[in-house]
Design a protein. Structure first.
Length: 110
């Protein structure tokens, strides 16, 4: 499956402590193999917001309940074997079912 995060950031996320809500979100979405673009769509956020959080930015307190609920749902789907998805198309279908709206496909580089 194509990565949508740079390998250095993925390594940093995978090796970091999950001591902030932003890092918990980053870790669970990397584990679930959900591209940032799809996660942003599922949460109604911009990709840049997620990238900022993944690089150590703070999640506003008003967004905390929604992010915590999202993390719990993704963790449950990982535990139940629904995630991770093995292809971008499967991840896209999951994101669309989750959010109830279409998401733009990711163009593979290369």
């Amino acid at each position: 499956m194509a990565r949508t995060l740079c390998p250095d950031l993925v390594h940093r996320i995978e090796s970091a402590e999950a001591d902030t809500l932003a890092m918990q979100l980053a870790k669970v979405t990397v584990e679930a193999k959900l591209p940032v673009m799809y996660v942003a769509s599922m949460l109604g956020l911009s990709r840049m917001t997620l990238h900022t959080w993944y690089r150590g930015g703070e999640v506003r307190e008003s967004r905390r309940p929604k992010i915590e609920a999202f993390i719990a749902l993704i963790e449950k789907d990982i535990q139940d074997g629904v995630l991770p998805k093995s292809t971008l198309l499967e991840a896209k279908d999951y994101a669309e079912r989750f959010s109830g709206r279409p998401v733009a496909p990711i163009k593979k580089s290369g």
